[in-house]
Design a protein around this ligand. Structure first.
Ligand SMILES: Cc1cc2nc3c(=O)[nH]c(=O)nc-3n(C[C@H](O)[C@H](O)[C@H](O)COP(=O)(O)OP(=O)(O)OC[C@H]3O[C@@H](n4cnc5c(N)ncnc54)[C@H](O)[C@@H]3O)c2cc1C
Length: 434
């Protein structure tokens, strides 16, 4: 089969087979046949993980033909919506909007598949909101022997935990049920600012529904984003077409891409370019459908590592990163993204049991990332940081088991339902153990 590679070009593989089942029965038959024939099985969504989470030399499955909403069960606050696992988040959001519904929170892109997104713990920002896996109320999954199991907190709760966020280690999801809320709009307020002022006023800023900021290394400049939830009937006030084109296409993607190429060739220019970038986007406010505000286009290809840390540790961690950069000869042209999430109870969630700040570092896809990412990893680990399962990091199962109170329980479920390791790959062996 042709070579498969992920979006970031950090992983590639040559699977023996590529299958695109159309139904749960077909999916179950492919899994059972591959297992009988001794082939590993991995499902892939949009290939947007930076790690080798979806890599296989066996059978690669795409659920791109298993898409769309299956059932809608109204609740007091919205509806329980079951969706086929291959559905892309942007398609789901548009379909939900037509039903007067929405996912409560989303990340900053929405091209991922539903199953791929929850499997690595994809999250957005908002101190009072959780990541996507915590919004899941039930799943249907195909186990290694081809059996189809529906699980939820009431039925096979342990399998449910590792299925809703388990890096595809225990089965292939065919359907996911989300707890959706009534459709809402977001009023976005974006503004340049300074890192010190932002950290000094963090408690106030975190009272906003969805707050995040980008810090431009080698400078004190930040770009803050604060989104306020409004009823779905609120009039739309989107960014004007010209302003949107200039800000989002020309400045955020086009000029930024040119800066990355220039900075890669002449790194000493990077501090100055960062200073320009942090001031290039001026203050703006706009209102639109929630998913259109949460997600944006990312056309500049990059590599990323993201650590989840206790919120209280954030100022010290950013200080240490700045101090490390001052000592290092490296120049970093990508902003550091800082987001927030509420504690949840998902066993392998990076926000398990604690209110969380996320610190994400990036490097242009052509740039060398190892020294920078290793330094930030050491700083984040010293405060009990947990790496995003879908983003680059260097931890192994032994280290991760110390970071997650329910890690051993998750591994026990894997041992029980996939003793032959049909769903294994090198990444899972590293992060969950052999
Ligand atoms: C530009 C960009 C922006 C991003 N923004 C964010 C963000 O805002 N927040 C955030 O948290 N993350 C973000 N990420 C990371 C991304 O959300 C995750 O890596 C996510 O897992 C990617 O989804 P995918 O559909 O591409 O899954 P893939 O990368 O294809 O797969 C991820 C994992 O899910 C498994 N999987 C896929 N389908 C199934 C299935 N049907 N059943 C069982 N397992 C399955 C795969 O085997 C693999 O282990 C971003 C990544 C990129 C490249």
């Amino acid at each position: 089969m042709a070579t498969w590679q992920n979006w970031a070009r950090t992983e590639r593989s040559n699977p023996q087979r590529f299958d695109t089942p159309e139904s749960t029965d077909e999916l179950a038959a492919v899994v059972a046949r591959s297992a009988e024939q001794g082939r590993h099985v991995k499902a892939v969504g949009a290939g947007h993980s930076f790690t080798g989470a979806a890599v296989t030399d066996g059978t690669l499955l795409s659920l791109d033909r298993m898409t769309g909403i299956e059932t809608v069960l109204p609740t007091a606050t919205g509806a329980l919506v079951s969706v086929r696992a291959g559905t892309r988040l942007h398609d789901l959001s548009e379909q939900l909007w037509a039903l007067g519904l929405a996912l409560p929170n989303l990340g900053d892109v929405d091209v991922q598949s539903v199953a791929g997104a929850i499997s690595t713990g994809t999250h957005g920002t908002g101190a009072g909101f959780t990541g996507l896996a915590a919004q899941v109320r039930a799943v249907t999954t195909v186990l290694a022997d081809g059996s189809v199991v529906e699980c939820s907190p009431a039925h096979q709760p342990e399998l449910f935990e590792v299925s809703r966020l388990g890096i595809g280690a225990v089965g292939v999801l065919s359907s996911v049920t989300f707890d959706c809320v009534a459709a809402f709009r977001l009023r976005a307020h974006e503004a340049p600012g300074s890192l010190h002022e932002t950290l000094d006023s963090l408690d106030d800023r975190l009272r906003a529904d969805h707050f995040e900021f980008y810090w431009f290394p080698h400078t004190d400049g930040v770009l803050t984003k604060s989104n306020t939830r409004l009823p779905g009937t609120t009039p739309v006030d989107p960014v004007g077409r010209i302003r949107g084109f200039v800000d989002d296409e020309v400045l955020s993607n086009g000029v930024f891409n040119a800066f990355q190429h220039l900075g890669t060739r002449v790194p000493t220019l990077i501090p100055g370019l960062n200073s320009v970038s942090s001031r290039a986007l001026s203050e703006r406010t706009y209102t639109d459908r929630s998913h259109r505000v949460f997600a944006s286009n990312r056309r500049v290809r990059f590599k990323e590592m993201e650590y989840a840390i206790p919120v209280d540790a954030l100022p010290a961690v950013l200080d240490e990163i700045a101090a490390w950069l001052r000592r290092s000869a490296l120049k970093i042209g990508f902003p550091v993204e800082v987001r927030f999430a509420a504690a949840d109870d998902v066993w392998l969630s990076t926000a398990h049991g604690r209110d969380t700040a996320y610190v994400a570092v990036h490097q242009f896809h052509r740039g060398e990332h190892r020294e920078y990412f290793s330094a930030v990893e050491a700083i984040a680990r010293a405060v009990g940081g947990r790496p995003h399962w879908g983003k680059l990091h260097g931890l192994t199962a032994a280290e991760l088991s110390e970071a997650y109170p329910r890690f051993d329980d998750a591994v026990a479920v894997r041992d029980r339902v996939d003793p032959q390791r049909v769903f294994d790959n090198a990444y899972l062996q590293r992060v969950l153990g052999a």
